[in-house]
Design a protein around this ligand. Structure first.
Ligand code: BGC
Length: 705
């Protein structure tokens, strides 16, 4: 582990570097590309390519239009109102030599044509401008095909389709809302070929990436009454099934959209199932693994999550951060319901010029054995093991190993909560089964790690619960042995992992600013006789917070034979604990429990409360924030539920194994008198929970700008 490198990448250093960079000349090419235009609007991207030999740390560029005006942007902070100025977000402020950063804008043409302005900025040593808008003349095909991997073909063959597309040109395309129109638009990124259906959400927020502009362009190409055919990867593979002629013909749901006659139906030849899983199984030679794969991160922004965040009040403050992609079912890898699968995300990461993407591996047989909210599709036994390995892990591995993804550092978050359950919850029958030596968590985790180990751009981080779970000395010691041995039994032994991840989907803070220093000493008000950790909230646990816990964990694993360069990750997506109730000083109470309760920033009634808590967004994703910590990451996408708040809300046809856990029920108080603290009305685990998202934004700490 290169400590000095970690230090140079601290936030303070980055800030000072970026200030210095503002006055430096750089060898960057700045380009404005017009990607799409339609009757009233346009969409463009600006890219900054560092052709120099030193990193660019921080950038600002500007431009202006004669008539066009911007209505929204993504991947940059936009200020001004013609002229416009765009500056870096924290995750894309560094541009390494040879790398590019791209951000996008969408706007109104204001009765004019789509303009192609010239970019200015001290970072630019040269500027270029271009248009990649497809020609709309008869029988024209879109001029560029952003990805080449798909065999999907979309054909639009009638002008009635065109008017429909125009009608939904502002629709939202994410989630389960799908179109009554389809587009073959080429141009930029993964919005290509997006289908837009749900007229119910038309004119709602455009996604920062999806832009939906595709419909408009399809309109313009189709209004020429010509056939437009694209071989783009547009169909985003999985959406193909919902675009079958029958589903399109029967699904229009709003009178604002002309119904589609069967003759105007879009025909799509979907990816063959073999192509979904036929990626090279040969192991990628992506070069040796990095010590810390987050150094120089160009983080992937999941457009699906990002669009949901953007649609919420205040969501734009978080929508541009990296969140993990959860592979929480076999069917999540290559869905057939129109939602994005693994390749869609990896392809989108390539489109974004990202180099870091997090993928959560979460489908062990008997998953979530001590709870009900996130039970999985597989059960312990021969069949569960066979399916887990063949239909899940092997498929993930073969996709990860596709040479086209070699430039991505794939951060694999390995099976949240699983091995920790074997440490503390063996009294639960499902966990007892999960301890099986042949079909349990350990042998199956070993299989996963062994399978990923040869793929050198995959970095496995094994989940270790959190400090409020494994922090007690007894649990800690058992966990070090159990988890350490589990990993040592994989093919790559201790080298199978890049490190460990704590607090996945958790709420435990990074620090307890007013208590950490007392975690292993006497309570000041006691005259020396009482340890602070004797407080009810800590129950003798010597780790009050995550940084303390992961630092101790890392040291213990190195002592247990793991390499000295292992790194830790902490999920900070929901452990901010800001808002009005955040203490601002240490309590002066001389009563231990009062002192602790008034001093702690963690506002939960109990550290074991885990479901839909009223926490806040925590530290933003960050590289090497503390020695030994590779990154703060957002594994749990803010806004996604931990579990259904009531029995009535708990059935999900897509995920029937997920159950109702009373820990998610706000009305439930357990035998020890602790209320769950869960928010009401939450949907099934993983589903969007608007009120939960709002709470997280409101309680963010550090506060969101
Ligand atoms: C759920 C998953 C979901 C994940 C992220 C888990 O609790 O079980 O289905 O993908 O959270 O929201």
């Amino acid at each position: 582990m290169k400590m000095s490198l970690r230090k140079t990448l601290g936030v303070a250093s980055l800030l000072s570097l970026s200030l210095a960079a503002a006055s430096q000349a750089h060898a960057a090419v700045c380009s404005y590309t017009l990607n799409n235009e339609w009757n009233t609007g346009f969409q463009g991207t600006v890219s900054i390519t560092n052709n120099g030999t030193t990193a660019i740390n921080g950038w600002t560029v500007g431009w202006s239009y004669a008539n066009n005006r911007i209505t929204n942007s993504w991947n940059a902070t936009l200020t001004g109102n013609n002229p416009y100025s765009a500056s870096a977000l924290n995750w894309n402020s560094t541009i390494q030599p040879g790398q590019s950063v791209t951000f996008g804008v969408q706007g109104n043409k204001n009765g004019s044509t789509a303009e192609i302005p010239t970019i200015t900025g001290s970072v630019c040593s040269s500027v270029t401008s271009s248009s990649s808008v497809p020609t709309t003349s008869s029988s024209s095909a879109p001029s560029s095909t952003p990805r080449s991997s798909s065999s999907s073909v979309v054909s639009i063959s009638s002008s009635s389709q065109a008017s429909q597309c125009a009608a939904v040109s502002q629709c939202n395309w994410y989630g389960t809302l799908y179109p009554t129109c389809t587009t073959t638009v080429s141009g930029w990124g993964y919005e290509n070929g997006k289908s837009c259906i749900s007229t119910a959400t038309c004119a709602a927020q455009p996604s920062p990436f999806g832009v939906v502009a595709g419909c408009g362009v399809t309109s313009s190409s189709a209004t020429t009454s010509s056939a437009a055919t694209s071989s783009s990867s547009s169909v985003r593979s999985s959406s193909s099934s919902i675009l079958s002629s029958s589903s399109i013909a029967t699904s229009p749901s709003s009178s604002s959209v002309a119904s589609v006659s069967s003759s105007s139906v879009v025909s799509i030849s979907s990816r063959s199932s073999s192509s979904l899983s036929s990626s090279s199984s040969s192991v990628t030679s992506a070069g040796p693994r990095m010590d810390n794969p987050f150094v120089g991160a160009q983080w992937y922004i999941d457009p699906i999550w990002s669009a949901k965040a953007m649609a919420e009040t205040g969501g734009s403050k978080v929508a541009n951060y990296n969140t993990a992609v959860w592979m929480d079912r076999i069917g999540a890898i290559a869905p057939t319901d129109g939602s994005w699968g693994l390749r869609d995300h990896l392809d989108a990461a390539l489109d974004q010029n990202a180099n870091v993407i997090q993928v959560v591996v979460y489908d062990l047989p008997n998953r979530d054995c001590h709870a009900l909210a996130s039970n999985g599709e597989l059960t312990q036994g021969v069949e569960g093991t066979t399916r887990y390995r063949a239909e899940y892990v092997d498929v993930l591995a073969s996709i990860f190993a596709d040479p086209k993804y070699r430039s991505l550092r794939i951060i694999a978050i390995i099976e949240p909560d699983s091995l920790p359950n074997l440490v503390t919850n063996l009294s639960t029958p499902a966990c007892q089964q999960a301890a099986d030596a042949t079909h349990g968590y350990v042998p199956n985790t070993r299989y996963t790690l062994s399978k990923f180990y040869p793929i050198t751009n995959v970095y496995s981080y094994v989940d270790i619960g959190h400090s409020g779970w494994l922090g007690w000395t007894d649990n800690f010691g058992k966990a070090v042995t159990l988890i350490g041995d589990a990993i040592k039994g994989a093919t790559g032994g201790v080298n199978s992992v890049a490190g460990f991840v704590s607090n996945t989907s958790g709420y435990t803070p990074l620090y307890e600013p007013f208590l950490d220093s007392l975690a292993n000493s006497a309570f000041p008000g006691s005259g020396g006789g009482t340890q602070t950790r004797q407080a009810k909230f800590y129950e003798w646990n010597p780790h009050f917070s995550e940084v303390s816990f992961v630092t101790a964990w890392r040291n213990a694993m190195i002592s247990a034979g793991f390499p000295s360069n292992i790194g830790m990750l902490v999920d900070t997506s929901r452990n901010g604990w800001g808002g009005a109730n955040r203490p601002t000083a240490q309590s002066t109470s001389t009563v231990l429990d009062t002192f602790v309760d008034q001093s702690r920033i963690d506002r939960r009634a109990h550290r074991g409360n885990w479901c839909n808590q009223r926490g806040g967004v925590g530290e933003r994703p960050q590289v090497a924030p503390v020695a030994g910590i590779d990154a703060y990451v957002w594994v749990k996408p803010p806004g996604e539920s931990d579990g259904a708040a009531s029995l009535e809300l708990s059935y999900d046809p897509q995920d029937p194994a997920k159950g109702f856990d009373r820990n998610c029920d706000p009305t439930f108080t357990n035998a020890s008198g602790t209320n769950t603290g869960a928010m009401p009305n939450a949907p099934v685990a993983g589903r969007w929970f608007s009120a939960g998202f709002k709470q997280l934004v409101d309680n963010a700490y550090p506060p969101l700008e």
